[in-house]
Design a protein around this ligand. Structure first.
Ligand SMILES: Nc1ncnc2c1ncn2[C@@H]1O[C@H](COP(=O)(O)OP(=O)(O)O)[C@@H](O)[C@H]1O
Ligand SMILES: [Mg+2]
Length: 242
């Protein structure tokens, strides 16, 4: 689904900053990948490239086999809208609109009539466990509920890839767990999920874990550690988060 061939990104500056070093990476349909690293290591840069928000300055990025470097801006935008859902640390909800309106308004650029949009918004909100909160305002919701509205909004366009940048960063551990369980359930239903975090415990919930340090991406292998004192994947995730 995601294929990086020598993909890297240097911000032009001055001075130029190489935020993401050229790397090879394949993420398959249905993967659940966590990406862990300290602040400033290049995690958001990676997510912005994968999400077609930023174009790499070297290499090529294939999304579902499409060479995204060959696309016009309008084509990149259309591809992003069709295939990719985003979830961010701060929920970016409209405070004076209900959960339903927040989700339904995400489809304004589509041609669907209002009744269809509302039906699909309600369906997405049911999927995230908020069937009883359709008319609630974000200001009356817990952080976990707000993030679930944001996830419903990301799902309503039926993307095949969900990119989450520190989705639990503003949540207490109980709300964070609810959100992580939801992402795990979406993964079980076939969604490809990429989750960025600086928290090793969160990173450990991925089926695959990638670390980023100083812009260098590296995959942690499940078989790297053992019971005889060699480093485990969890240890490595912990170190990478520090
Ligand atoms: N638009 C930009 N221009 C120049 N440097 C940037 C820009 N965005 C991010 N950076 C730099 O790139 C590096 C990686 O940033 P980022 O991907 O946001 O890290 P993270 O998400 O892991 O905290 C940092 O050194 C940051 O200062
Ligand atoms: Mg970031």
């Amino acid at each position: 689904m995601i294929e990086f061939r020598g993909v890297g990104l240097t911000y032009p500056g001055p001075p130029p900053v190489t935020a993401f070093r050229p790397c090879e990476l394949t993420i398959n349909r249905g993967d659940f990948v966590t990406v862990v690293g300290p602040s400033g290591s290049g995690k958001s840069t990676f997510l912005n490239i994968a999400g077609l928000l930023d174009a790499p300055t070297t290499g090529s990025y294939l999304l579902d086999g499409i060479d995204t470097g060959a696309l016009k801006d309008s084509e990149r935008t259309a591809l992003r809208g069709r295939r990719i859902g985003f979830v961010f640390q701060s929920f970016h909800l409209m405070q004076h609109r209900s959960a339903r309106e927040n989700v339904a308004l995400a489809m304004l650029y589509g041609a669907a009539p209002r009744a269809d949009r509302v039906r699909r918004a309600d369906e997405a909100l049911r999927r995230v466990g908020l069937a009883h909160r359709l008319d609630a305002l974000p200001s009356r919701m817990s952080g976990g509920e707000r993030q679930r509205v944001a996830i419903a909004r990301a799902l309503v366009a039926r993307p095949s890839l969900l990119l989450c940048d520190e989705p639990t960063g503003n949540l207490d551990s109980s709300n964070a767990d609810t959100v992580l369980r939801l992402l795990e359930a979406l993964h079980s239903d076939g969604m490809t999920v990429v989750l960025i975090t600086h928290d090793a415990e969160v990173a450990a919930r991925g089926v695959r874990t990638i670390t980023i340090r100083d812009g260098v991406l590296r995959e942690l292998r499940a078989d790297e550690g053992d019971e005889h004192g060699r480093r485990t994947r969890a240890d490595e995730a912990q170190e990478s988060a520090e």
